[in-house]
Structures are given as structure tokens and as C-alpha cells.
Design a protein around this ligand. Structure first.
Ligand code: AMP
Ligand code: ZN
Length: 444
């Protein structure tokens, strides 16, 4: 039985889907105005891990991950680059899809874009206007948080306090309260060519409404799991709950799952602080992308994780050792029930990946254990480390020739010559490992 920490109740709860074995899950995705950084990928790997473990546990998962392709940042960036919004977001959508594949994240079943769901958002805003939860101002349509009774439950906010601070502030909008948020933003000259002519006015959607409209479209008005980083609890997820529940009169989501920060030098990794690395940055430095995935797994998703290149390097070493061991294993067609049970217990306890990795290493080191191949394969299906994937290293003919020469030398037991050739190969940047299936090259 999976126990999952639910931000809504602030405790671990036994997870059960609303309907049979079907799990409907929504993960807040990226704003596609730039490359995502590796802090963002901690959020997407966490969601992927949960999805993989649910699959492993016999559930069928439908995951929706949105792409925010219209907001202040995307509009500003497209103007700076003097290209259309579409051109800009297309480029970074492609990069994002490539990156999630590189990190062995299972492709979400639906990846909807905000600009392709304006109709659904307008319908939702209209409903909120009709029901009296929303009101118009000179620059848009806002959601009134004080008209929604349960506002603040997810974020643990005291609404009275919130209102007091709001009143103390001088607000330059004509909003009723400072914390009211925009559902629809009327066109402003700085938006340029970006607007939709709709029943509720010429303009564009606010940020929060896209996630409510798209999640409910693909997963229904009441669904199982919603995920994202802790920074999204407030205001984003709190606002999603308010506008969705106000519109439907139903509970929106059962489980809210939030991952903690990826830190760098003791500070949150973020675009605005400029202390970020993209996945491409770390690949350029010679790291294996799945070594980053391994690094994420070394910390529980609800603990902060400090990123350093030393950490990444030791993760890469551990990861490569695991891969080398996996490539040597013979399939005895058995599974090791004890180790598998320990692994499941760890994962059932709110996805305890540090413990799961410990179990994996114990199994790997246990010389007497049976069923290693099948058991590690099952564990790897959940952790997503691709331990059995043979690396396709493209080597030049020169290297291939050297490898052949070395094999010849070994065949005639000329170990000196074989070692000499090994050194030559090393100087060209490759490490040669002699396995039972012959020589295997890895990058130095
Ligand atoms: P954003 O593009 O800022 O909306 O972020 C996309 C996702 O990444 C959200 O779920 C954020 O909560 C998450 N996120 C952003 N920065 C970090 C970080 N440094 N560590 C972990 N998650 C993050
Ligand atoms: Zn969202």
C-alpha cells in the first residue's frame, strides 16, 4: 500500500484512486521561453518516479503536463528576440521534449498548451462571473478570494491575516483586494500582437486558469493527484483549487504532491538568481544525464538537495558502477522476493528513494543472492536509470582498429602489448572494460 504525503492534510495518507485502478494525475509543466534548468527537472523526475511506481503497483496512470506558452515572460522574450510568440515557444517546446527524453522521463499522455485551450479557459471564467466569484476591473477579470470560503487551506494560510496585510498595502490596481488574482488580462499595448478576441474581452488568460481548464478537460472535475514544486503551493495551486472548486462546487484534487528545492550553494536554483544549470550545461561538462537522475534519487523528494559538481561526480561514479555490474549479470529467470519486498516497502513509504537505492546496492553486493538480473530490472523500471541500456558510443575507425589489435594481443597472451594499446585508447578518451561478452568502451 502506497502512503503518500498529501500537502492538503499535511500527513502521509494511504493512496487510493477515485476509480478502480485508474490514476489521473496532473503535473504543472514549464513556461517555454527558455531551456528548463535542472531544478525544474527535479520536479518532473519526482512526478515521473511517482508515475512509474504507480505503474509498478498495478495502476494505470494518465498524466497531463501543461506547457505555458503565453504569459509576461514569453511575450517579453519573443519581443526581445524579434520573433513571434509561436516561433519562440516552438523552439523551447522542442528542447523540453528532448530533455525529458534524455532524463528517461516517460512522456506524459497529454501535453496541452495554454494557447490551444483559450476556449476552455473563457468558458471557465464565464462560469465564475455567472456564479459571482469573479468581477471585472479596468484591466481584466479577477477572482475574489474572499467570496470563496475555503481559500488558504492548501497553503495553510490565515485569510484574516492575509486580508489585513492586503489592506495595509497601497494597491495600484482597482482590485477589491490585493490578493485577488487575474483570470483574464485585457489587452495592453505592450502585449503587441498577442491577444484573443473573446466573449469576455480582447486579451489573454492569467496563469492559474490554464491549469484548472486543462486539467479538468483531460482528467475530469475531480481527479487523483496534482504535482509540482513547493513554490507552487502558494499562490498557484491555492488559486487553482479556488477557481476550480468555485466553478464546479466539487472537490478538485485528492492528493497534492510537492517536491522540495534543488539548491546550489545554499540557495534555491532559479532563473532570477542566475545560479542555474541547464541539462545541456551538465552534458557539455561531460556528465551522463542519468547520473543527474541518480543524484536526485539520493535525496527524498521532500528534502532539499544541494547541487554541487562533486555530488554529481560521485553520483556518476556510483551510477557507472551499477551499470557495469548490471551488464555482467546473467539472467537466471528468477526474482528475489526478499529484496523486492524491501524495495517496495521503501517506495511505499512516500517514495523513499534513498532507502530504495540502499536496497539496490545491498542486492548488488550480495554474492549469494539469486534472481539479481530480474530483480534489478524490476527496480530499474521504477527508478528509471536505464541500467541495462547498452551505450551506443560512436567511435572512430581508428579506435575500432585499436580495440581489434588489443584483442589480438590478448588472444596471443601478449599482455604488455595489450596494456600499451589500452593506454593509447585511454589517451583518445575511452576506457576499455573487458567483460564476459567482450570489450566494452566507456567514455573517460
Ligand atoms: P517554473 O518554470 O518556474 O514554473 O517551474 C517549473 C517547475 O519546477 C515547478 O514545479 C517548480 O516548482 C519547479 N522548480 C523550480 N525551481 C526549482 C528548484 N530549484 N528545485 C526544485 N524544483 C523547482
Ligand atoms: Zn500549474
Amino acid at each position: 500500500m502506497l502512503k503518500l504525503y498529501n500537502t492538503l492534510s499535511r500527513k502521509k495518507e494511504v493512496f487510493e484512486p477515485i476509480k478502480d485502478k485508474q490514476v489521473n494525475m496532473y503535473s504543472c509543466g514549464p513556461t517555454i521561453y527558455d531551456f528548463a534548468h535542472i531544478g525544474n527537472f527535479r520536479a518532473y523526475v519526482t512526478a515521473d518516479l511517482l508515475k512509474r511506481f504507480l505503474n509498478y503497483s498495478g495502476f494505470k496512470v494518465k498524466q497531463v503536463m501543461n506547457l505555458t506558452d503565453v504569459d509576461d515572460k514569453t511575450i517579453r522574450r519573443s519581443q526581445e528576440e524579434k520573433i513571434s510568440l509561436k516561433e519562440l515557444t516552438k523552439k523551447y517546446e522542442k528542447a523540453f521534449i528532448e530533455d525529458i527524453q534524455t532524463l528517461n522521463i516517460i512522456m506524459p499522455e497529454v501535453i496541452p498548451k495554454a494557447t490551444e485551450h483559450i476556449k476552455e479557459m473563457v468558458a471557465l471564467v464565464k462560469k465564475l462571473l455567472e456564479k459571482g466569484y469573479a468581477y471585472r476591473t479596468g484591466d481584466g477579470i479577477y477572482f475574489s478570494i474572499s467570496r470563496f470560503k475555503n481559500y488558504g487551506r492548501l497553503a495553510g494560510l490565515n485569510l484574516k491575516k492575509l486580508k489585513q496585510t492586503a489592506r495595509m498595502r497601497k494597491d495600484n490596481y482597482e482590485k477589491e483586494e490585493a490578493k485577488d488574482f487575474a483570470l483574464w488580462k485585457l489587452w495592453q499595448p505592450e502585449d503587441g500582437a498577442v491577444y484573443w478576441q473573446t466573449e469576455i474581452g480582447k486579451g489573454r488568460p492569467g496563469w492559474h486558469i490554464e491549469c484548472s481548464a486543462m486539467s479538468m478537460k483531460y482528467l475530469g472535475e475531480h481527479f487523483d493527484i496534482h504535482s509540482g514544486g513547493v513554490d507552487l503551493i502558494f499562490p498557484h495551486h491555492q488559486n487553482e483549487i479556488a477557481q476550480s472548486e468555485a466553478a464546479t462546487g466539487k472537490k478538485f484534487v485528492n492528493f497534492w504532491v510537492h517536491n522540495e528545492w534543488l539548491f546550489v550553494d545554499g540557495k534555491k536554483m532559479s532563473k532570477s538568481l542566475g545560479n542555474f544549470y541547464t541539462l545541456r550545461d551538465i552534458i557539455k561538462k561531460g556528465f551522463e544525464p542519468l547520473a543527474l537522475r541518480y543524484l536526485f534519487l539520493t535525496a527524498h523528494y521532500r528534502s532539499q538537495l544541494n547541487f554541487t559538481f562533486e555530488n554529481l561526480e560521485s553520483s556518476q561514479n556510483a551510477y557507472e558502477r551499477l551499470k557495469n555490474i548490471a551488464s555482467e549479470l546473467k539472467d537466471d529467470k528468477k526474482t528475489n522476493k526478499e529484496y523486492l519486498k524491501e524495495f517496495e516497502d521503501a517506495m511505499n513509504d512516500d517514495l523513499d528513494t534513498p532507502k530504495a537505492l540502499k536496497v539496490l546496492w545491498e542486492l548488488v553486493r550480495d554474492e549469494k543472492a539469486e534472481g539479481k538480473f530480474q530483480t534489478i530490472k524490476k527496480i530499474d523500471d521504477v527508478l528509471g536509470l536505464d541500467l541495462f541500456k547498452k551505450e551506443k558510443i560512436e567511435v572512430s575507425n581508428e579506435i575500432k582498429k585499436l580495440v581489434q589489435e588489443r584483442e589480438k594481443a590478448r588472444g596471443s597472451k601478449d599482455w604488455k602489448l595489450a596494456d600499451k594499446i589500452r593506454e593509447k585508447i585511454a589517451k583518445k578518451g575511452y576506457c576499455i572494460n573487458d567483460t564476459s561478452k567482450g570489450p566494452v568502451l566507456t567514455k573517460n
